[in-house]
Design a protein around this ligand. Sequence first.
Ligand code: GLN
Length: 475
Amino acid sequence: MPNQTKIMDHSIRDILHMIREKQVSPNELLDEAYQNIHQVHEQLNAFITIQEKERAVREIQKHEQDHAVFFGLPYSLKDAYCTKDIRTTSASAVLQDFTPPYSATVYEKLQHTGAVLVGKNNQDAWGHGGSTENTDFGPTKNPWNLSCIPGGSSGGSAVAISTRMVLFSIGEDTGGSIRSPASMCNISGLKVTYGRVSRYGTIAYASSLDTVGPMAKSVDDLAFVLKEIAGNDPHDLTSSPLPVPDYPTLIQRDVKKMRIGLPKEFFGEGLTDEVRAVVDQAIKAFERLGVEFVNVSMPYVSLGVSIYYLIAPSETSSNLARYDGIRYGQDRSNFTEETIRRILLGTYALSAGYADELYKKAQKAREILIEEYREALSHCDALLAPVTPSKPSRIGELLSDPMRNLLEDLYTVTINLAGVPSLAIPAGFSSDKLPIGIQLIGKPFDELTLLQLGNAFQQATNWHTEKPPLLEQHP
Ligand code: GLN
């Protein structure tokens, strides 16, 4: 029977209930996750490392007595997170033999919840890219069409969720890396406010932009995961001491009379008709829920790609300097062309004689952008925008066109420059049935409003429940 409902199709809320009521056991859940991995992983290449099932079963046993909140939930991590005694590569040959001696805070927190790590996901190396093609472990394929990209850089995480290999995953977003793959694989993903989740133990791309966030099938699932991973961490001095709201209990809210801004710079030249149509349809769905829309303007958003591609490469050129071939095994000749391009650009933008004109100017423009977001969000509860200008491209297409590759990031990067949160959710399909998402952008540390809006949208629409055809071939 096609699209038969299995345990992994249910929400985290329901599965936790089913486990508590002993309607399903964590072992059954794990069996289903590994069965899906077995059936589809080879075609998709979503994982760099898959945890042995025996080890996962032992993890379940460890938590049998302690009533842990996520007892038995199978999850994965982008391979950008250090996991003690488990290989961590950032999808680069430079780290192919690296087994960290310590764990990222996000991993430690999740291990305490009783969730079970089933693997480490493929990604663009160091977070450099939006297609999961810039990886030394082979590209990840989109389960909706195997000749298309899954988005990136957290592409493996999105694919693993959409094909029910895991219930949730932790992605990393520096300029769109959670939202782009969420949008292209028909799942939900949250780029948090800078400082909401500890970055300790994350392999850094650009430290002033990097954020650690949840990816899952639905917004309700994201609320559960965010509650467990957010909060202050003495190991990351940029993590915020603000209290963490109880997102899962607060997520239900009538969104009537809430105001959403539509910044015109997100709807200009470059936006394809197919994506535009999906966004328009989403606006109508929100209007039916009683949400009011207002037009806003943020002129510096149009300069976003230029600002981002000076600041991010500058920071990455500094962060990657530590991979000198002495401490981590492999030497610098192992960097991919894309990464070398970014190191060169960053080194140039920071060098004496050019820094004033390039890096410092970009920093000033970033200040203006921050102010534009503050101003726009002072009139509304959230902003709504497309995630990428086009539907998922074919594998290889963006690699041969580096300029278009950069422009694909136009709608995501300014959000990281401003440090505000943004939620990507499924909103429709192209005529050839490729997923297209939208994003809701919020005020700093107001993830809750985004989750409430996204949840209301998902209660009124069915986009997020659609499964890739690949799964139908394996009923
Ligand atoms: N695609 C963007 C880049 O290549 C964003 C990547 C990210 O968020 N890690 O820089």
